[in-house]
Design a protein around this ligand. Sequence first.
Ligand SMILES: [Mn+2]
Length: 221
Amino acid sequence: MTLTKNSEAPLHTDLENPRSSGHILPMRTATVKRTTGETDVEVSLNLDGTGICTAATGIPFLDHMLHQISSHGLIDLEVRATGDIEIDDHHTNEDVGITIGQALTKALGDRKGIVRFGHFFAPLDEALVQVTLDFSGRPHLSYGLEIPTQRVGTYDTQLVREFFVAVVNHSQMTLHIRQLDGINSHHIIEATFKAFARAVRMAVEIDPRRASTIPSSKGVL
Ligand SMILES: [Mn+2]
């Protein structure tokens, strides 16, 4: 469940790590707790992490996907949720998405210095999914997945869209998801989360040429 990696990692020099070149930047972390009549969710994340993940939402397939976000996004992510899964997974799935979106917003702060845009094509065997995103301040989702089965394990595949709607609305992200190929539902969804993770990683990187300005011609995101 929890992966740690550190002891063998080489030390970065100042030249290799833009976050340590010139000025010292704090780790971009956030913790958000959200409680409703339906769910209780706590998310902690570190955008400058190494992919350490604990995911315990009560929805095994969602946990598997959260591990993709962490591992491929190099985001340390801890998600704990209890919800009314005796009804179905809908509320818990959505509220995990909302809380992750809020944690992203909190960790990014004023979004100074970030690359802002991110994109990635992820293959997983026969599946190929493209994710393009922009931490624009304007929530928008274009969702182009055609998942062929109603369920993967016990997970309702309609909830993939619900998860990303929640993340988009609460991180104020513009997100386009395109499925270029794929037959197997598990592969299509997992390729989506991998592509999303890599696109987020690209977008939240600090651009050393941008220094600490806000990446918008309007001066605000
Ligand atoms: Mn898998």
